[in-house]
Unconditional design. Sequence first.
Length: 421
Amino acid sequence: MDDHVLEKLKILAESAKYDVSCASSGTVRSNKPGMLGNTVGGWGICHSFAEDGRCISLLKIMLTNYCIYDCAYCINRRSNDLPRATLSVSELVNLTIEFYRRNYIEGLFLSSGVVRSPDYTMERLVRVIKDLRTVHRFNGYIHLKSIPGASRELVNEAGLYADRLSVNVEIPNEASLKRLAPEKDHQSVFAPMLYIQQGVLESNEERKKFRYAPRFAPGGQSTQMIVGATPETDKDILGLSSALYQRPTMKRVYYSGYVSVNAYDTRLPALKQPPLVRENRLYQADWLMRFYHFKVDEIVDDAYPDLDLEIDPKLAWALRHPEQFPIDINRADYEMILRVPGIGVKSAKLIIASRRYSRLGFYQLKKIGVVMKKAQYFITTNELTMKTIHEMTPQTVRTLLLPKPTKKKTDENQLTLFFTD
């Protein structure tokens, strides 16, 4: 590999590492004669996960880290003094093919800073993935970050070659976005999102009539929000996520704990480390909305605008609604079983299937995979009833289920010195 290109790779891979929305699920490209690579459900190489749980290696890189914008939260902002680099279209195409042939990667996650204009940058990104598909017959996974403000024509062309397209919301509130990134607005983000949605829906209708009609972004779209850079509550963030999930092509909303990369900017909070616990709670709440039939106003509301950092959102909801429990695990419907802390989607389905043959007790539920440490306070079973949330009160149950502080183990082989005054 050319040393000059390798140096660019180091710089651009480092610049791309803060974008977390690099999922590679939702599309299947089988191996075809005359084509290079397939996708089934070092520097710049990140690991993502397919829908079936398989780990996939992607070349995660930017076309350029030059940018005309000066967003306060971005490492690549115009005013930052850092190494800059730009890969030509041919350099990036050859790099992807070379990495694939060496078995380093299975796909490409491509983003870019904005140079000259959104359309100029988007046109170069489209040329990269078009050359990969049409010239080099690359059949691996491609996730392209669409540029906010790009024209409909370029977004439509990108959808013909990319498996997934995404546009980052970044800041969930328009006023906060204007304060930290005066040159951006939400309209420039939501417009490409709408183009992607229309393209996917039109493609689906066309493929119902014509079997071999080209697919448009078969993996749908995703987006990302920064958590902790602005004063928005979890209610604000999840409210926007819920609205985005109403769109038929939105597959994932990612949450990225704010990393203080520009500590000198007084518009930003002075955080010593990213709010990782809050980020994790948002992902858990997101999971509840997507798979557990929870509405956003059940998870967060005006009385509880932020998620509890000590316990997971489902347990927090259950403790706030003791009147819903305990439920009879042998009689309750599927939706209510899903709301029991300690019971997941797979366990709930197994409970529904298993109780057709016999009544379930503590031992059977544990074998199914139910976390009885949590669930026991919210259910009754075939056996003698255990103390539930009503006999123990929600506060008592919360205290029992709070994570215990970990004590640092002392190595008995080490000499310990005690000093006294």
